[in-house]
Design a protein around this ligand. Structure first.
Ligand code: CP3
Length: 345
């Protein structure tokens, strides 16, 4: 585990002469060298072969010099060991062939032993850390949050308005609670496993949380999120990052969670995000990923604007407001990195 770097300093609220920069989905289909690997190996095989996962994690670091690496995996593959039949279908996305539909389905779910369920990711992290630690670049561990994992487990595939999830939440409150508790146990063990393997920070992804009302958040989500962060605080010493989308209305609530950094999507300016918090958290974000596809003078102007917004924060980690999209030109990514790395406060 790396103890100090530009990125880790920012996570702890220490501002240096420029913000660190990394992207969600920085390893992915916009990179020709990633596509070359995926032409020969399926998504799940790439995730489950430590040498391939490590190679794909390192590709964007070599090409662009990001200030942090996020381990290549998905939020969904750990669900396999719970008994869910997950696959990634080419050009369509993830599918779970035996979704959870009843209280007895919840009871059948297993809390997996990470040593057998996700040993491949732990091994991939140690391979990446071996190469990056001497270069002072940290590895980020990640997992999906219980609400977002529940969305896939219950809906089974394409996700829209979360109708199946919300119906289950209302009709089966006890089963909902048991599902959340099992997911919390899986997530905490999995993240601790990743830190033990050499990761230096943790990011929890809650991509679908923006579909819930504040009341649903308070009653059906917040207790489990808090439990995860409390347990991670007790069992690790790494910075904790929370990312969600479409959740600006919940930012006052988020500031009471025991987190170190809040990820912000592109829908709200960073300065307004900071104003909504009850304590000055370092913020991560928040360039619109489509701006990065568009490039040109519009990209330059948006990067300058986000950097400027970041100046008034406790600390700023430059990122996109969501993951890099497939048709992003690599030269635009390079341009963004050059702009951020050339910036001085
Ligand atoms: O950020 C990184 O570089 C690390 C790898 C990573 C992936 N998925 C690889 C991936 C991370 C952090 C994720 C998180 C993830 N996965 C989230 C949360 C963040 C978000 O985007 O909201 C979610 C909701 C998923 C579930 C998921 N995985 C979906 C909906 C899809 C299909 C849509 C798509 O973009 O293809 C995936 C597939 C996936 N996960 C790919 C990658 C690189 C594309 C697979 C391919 O190569 O074809």
């Amino acid at each position: 585990m790396l103890k100090q770097s530009l990125f880790l300093d920012a996570c702890r609220g220490i501002r240096r002469d420029r913000p660190p920069v990394w992207f969600m989905r920085q390893a992915g289909r916009y990179l020709p060298e990633y596509q070359a690997i995926r032409a020969k190996h399926s998504m799940l095989d790439t995730i489950r072969t430590p040498e391939l996962a490590a190679e794909v994690t390192l590709q964007p670091i070599r090409r662009f010099g990001f200030d942090a690496a996020i381990i290549f995996a998905d939020i969904l593959n750990p669900l396999i060991g719970m008994g869910l039949d997950l696959d990634f279908v080419e050009k369509s996305g993830p599918i779970i062939r035996n979704p959870v539909r009843s209280a007895s389905d919840v009871d059948k779910l297993i809390i997996p032993d990470p040593a057998s369920n996700t040993a491949y990711t732990a091994r991939a992290i140690s391979l990446v850390a071996e190469e990056l630690t001497p270069r002072g670049i940290p590895v980020i561990a990640f997992a999906g949050a219980p609400l977002t994992l529940s969305a896939y487990a219950l809906e089974g595939g394409k996700i829209g308005d979360l109708r199946t999830l919300k119906e289950f939440m209302f009709a089966e409150p006890k089963a909902w609670q048991r599902l959340q508790e099992k997911l919390v146990a899986m997530i905490v063990d999995y993240l601790v496993q990743q830190v033990d393997a050499g990761a230096s920070a943790i990011q929890l992804f809650d991509s679908w949380l923006g579909q819930l009302s504040p009341y649903q958040y308070q009653t059906a989500v917040e207790p489990y999120l808090r439990s995860i962060f409390d347990q991670l605080r007790a069992r690790t010493s790494v910075p904790l990052i929370f990312f969600s989308t479409g959740t600006f209305g919940l930012f006052p609530e988020f500031s009471t969670l025991p987190i170190d950094v809040l990820g912000v999507d592109w829908r709200v300016p960073l300065s307004r995000a900071a104003d909504a918090l009850s304590r000055p958290l370092p913020l991560q974000g928040n360039l619109d990923p489509i701006t990065l596809i568009a490039g040109g003078a519009g990209l330059d102007a948006e990067v300058a604007r986000v950097l400027e917004e970041g100046r008034s924060l406790r600390a700023h980690i430059f990122n996109l407001g969501h993951g890099v999209l497939q048709y992003t030109p690599v030269e635009n990514v390079q341009r963004l990195i050059d702009l951020v790395k050339g910036y001085r406060r």
